[in-house]
Design a protein around this ligand. Structure first.
Ligand SMILES: NC(=O)c1ccc[n+]([C@@H]2O[C@H](COP(=O)([O-])OP(=O)(O)OC[C@H]3O[C@@H](n4cnc5c(N)ncnc54)[C@H](O)[C@@H]3O)[C@@H](O)[C@H]2O)c1
Length: 258
């Protein structure tokens, strides 16, 4: 496993929630925040997976079974979080449906309205619900929200219309939320990764077949790992970025450049 930057004490005394943190990049973000001193809540759909990930972080993490697309489940999860932490300093809206499902890559004319709605329910309503539930836990002392976008929204590839549209919405939501939450001392930023070898990417034959070609087309000629993205999450979660809000940082090893 790659390591994230070690900056001891950077987030001492902070409380963080990372959604979709049972695996992949979410787990890397949670580990980076915990290593920097934060107490971290790991939210994901299944209790068992959350518990295993929380144990993986060393026992100080809170496992939070929560479906981000479901208002009731988010309300329950945040109630547990409020009782356990009492406050929140960092929210990472990471949970998303990217390549899961029976046909993650399909012509848009074959896409069902139900599939479209499911993608939007998780990838955009989820961050909205979590940001809404976060405000009362953050507004008295300030904090930050970090949204996981994607560099592909500026490139446009075939077969993922719902996913890219949902991430485009999240990109816009980042700026809107930054404006609305700024007066409360809450910064809102995003990270837009390029192809990163997370669990779901490693499980996708199609994406893995593109990995080498994508790596060779990057300025840095490298494959990218969850810890590469987690380092930037760490920066955005800390005081090091105290004057940064309403921006999305592209992390793609010098791939697509805007
Ligand atoms: N991996 C990449 O190449 C890449 C590139 C650009 C952006 N991203 C974004 O980065 C984030 C992490 O990607 P990843 O590759 O680690 O994904 P992943 O599929 O490996 O992990 C996503 C996690 O979210 C959880 N999740 C899904 N639906 C949920 C729900 N309704 N409620 C709670 N949790 C839910 C899953 O259980 C899983 O643990 C996503 O937002 C993704 O869109 C990934």
């Amino acid at each position: 496993m790659m390591q994230t930057a070690q900056i001891n004490g950077l987030l001492d005394g902070k409380f963080a929630l990372v959604t979709g943190a049972a695996q992949g990049m979410g787990l890397a973000h949670a580990r980076a925040l915990a290593n920097a001193g934060a107490r971290v809540a790991i939210a994901d759909r299944e209790e068992e997976a959350c518990t295993a990930a929380a144990q993986d972080l060393g026992g100080n993490a809170l496992a939070l079974a929560m479906d981000v697309s479901d208002p009731k489940s988010v309300a329950q999860g945040f109630s547990v979080l409020r009782d356990a932490f009492g406050r929140l300093d960092i929210l990472v809206n990471n949970a998303a449906i990217m390549v899961q499902g029976e046909r993650p890559f399909q012509d848009y004319w074959d896409m069902s309205p139900e599939y479209w709605d499911r993608i939007f329910a998780v990838n955009t309503r989820g961050p909205f619900l979590c940001a809404r539930a976060t405000k009362p836990l953050m507004e008295t002392h300030g904090g930050c929200i970090i949204n996981m976008v994607s560099d592909a929204i500026w490139a446009a590839y075939e077969g993922q219309l719902a996913y890219f549209a949902s991430k485009g919405a999240l990109d816009t939501m980042t700026r809107c939320l930054a404006r609305e939450l700024g007066p409360f001392g809450i910064r809102v930023n995003g990270v837009a990764p390029g192809l990163t070898l997370s669990d779901s990417v490693r499980d996708s034959e199609f994406l893995m077949s593109l990995s080498e070609e994508i790596a060779n087309a990057r300025a840095l000629r490298r494959t990218q790992h969850p810890e590469d993205v987690a380092n930037v999450v760490l920066f955005l979660a800390s005081e090091l970025s105290r004057a940064v809000s309403g921006h999305v940082i592209v992390v793609n090893s010098g791939g697509l450049m805007r």
